[in-house]
Design a protein around this ligand. Structure first.
Ligand code: FAD
Length: 294
């Protein structure tokens, strides 16, 4: 973890583009509460859950306006031509965006290739070629291995390709096994990677939804955790689901930060709780950005 300890810590919260008036209201409320904590940036997902492309741009612009904090659009390249992707990146540049999360996106059912790029490394190389250093480029990585690539070595090779293509930093898929992150960082460091690898943190927003989602994206929920969550859920004890989740994720974050992780990226899912509770438990400053600036 030595290579990671030298990076300054960055904290971020991820949203998805809301749908309908209720969704807009919920995001506006969560955003104001989380902005009080002074994250370094927000990020906004792309295409996930059937949301539209313009939804990402609109949410990024609204978030920057409402909070004065920078926001990074996620951009997936599974669909589209060079021209359509460039058009989108142009619109982000024109909106004052300075950071992009460059991804491939999930292959739709049927598995046919839809766009000009097959992998995120190609998108990173394309943005670098067209825009130079205009954007800070984030990429995704998978301490527990991407579900399509059962060979950890091949998955690491892919991560190295994204770094070589010009990624500035990485955010991980979420995990509940800190050792998987430490092992991944050590293996990446041994391959010469020294960009920040920020752990992605998924608080337990609800059970069993998070169990189903984790099965799809390849995040392991240790049996002792799943068993306890299922028992609380069976008794309809939502308070214990929340409290146990907060305790677990606080302990995970403490371990990661103590070992030198260069910050945390919270999958906040358009709600302030339980992310804000975990933040407070960690003793992170109420206005992190302001304190760092002093
Ligand atoms: P890639 O890095 O391209 O990897 C995809 C797969 O291809 C991996 O299995 C990799 O090992 C393999 N691979 C890569 N290059 C090669 C090669 N040259 N030869 C052979 N195999 C190769 N999804 C969304 O739809 N919207 C979002 O907003 C979104 N946000 C995310 C944010 C984060 C932080 C993370 C970690 C994931 C996010 N995802 C999102 C999910 C992501 O799109 C999926 O996990 C997707 O399946 C892989 O994206 P990637 O950018 O990691 O792909």
């Amino acid at each position: 973890m030595k290579s990671q300890q030298d990076h300054p810590k960055h904290y971020s919260f991820e949203f998805y583009p809301p749908k309908g008036p209720k969704g807009n209201e919920a995001l506006a409320e969560a955003r104001l509460q989380l902005a009080q904590l002074g994250p370094d940036f927000f990020s906004v997902t792309f295409g996930a859950g059937g949301t539209t492309r313009s939804g990402t741009l609109d949410t990024v612009v609204d978030t920057m306006r409402a909070t004065g904090i920078s926001a990074a659009p996620h951009l997936s390249c599974i669909e589209g031509t060079r021209e359509s992707i460039k058009e989108m990146v142009d619109s982000y540049r024109d909106a004052g965006v300075d950071r992009i999360v460059a991804l491939r996106g999930d292959i739709p059912e049927g598995g046919e290739k839809l766009g000009v790029f097959s992998y995120a490394s190609e998108l990173v190389a394309f943005i670098r070629k067209e825009y130079g250093d205009r954007f800070h480029l984030e990429v995704g990585c998978y301490p527990e291995v991407h579900p399509e690539t059962p060979d950890p070595q091949a998955d690491l090779d892919n991560f190295v390709r994204k770094v070589d293509a010009g990624a500035d930093s990485a955010m991980t898929q979420y995990f509940y096994n800190a050792d998987a992150y430490f092992d991944f960082v050590d293996r990446a460091t041994a391959r010469g990677v020294n960009i920040p690898i920020v752990p992605g943190i998924m608080p337990f927003p609800a059970w069993p939804q998070i169990e189903r989602f984790s099965a799809m994206c390849g995040a392991d929920i240790p049996r002792w955790i799943a068993t306890r969550m299922a028992a609380y859920h069976a008794k309809d004890d939502q308070q214990s689901v929340r409290d146990f989740g907060i305790e677990l994720v606080t302990n995970l974050c403490t371990r990661l930060l103590d070992a030198g992780a260069p910050g945390l990226h919270f999958y906040a899912l358009n709600r302030a709780d339980p992310t804000a509770a975990i933040w407070r438990n960690l003793g992170l400053p109420a206005n992190n950005a302001a304190k760092q600036a002093v």
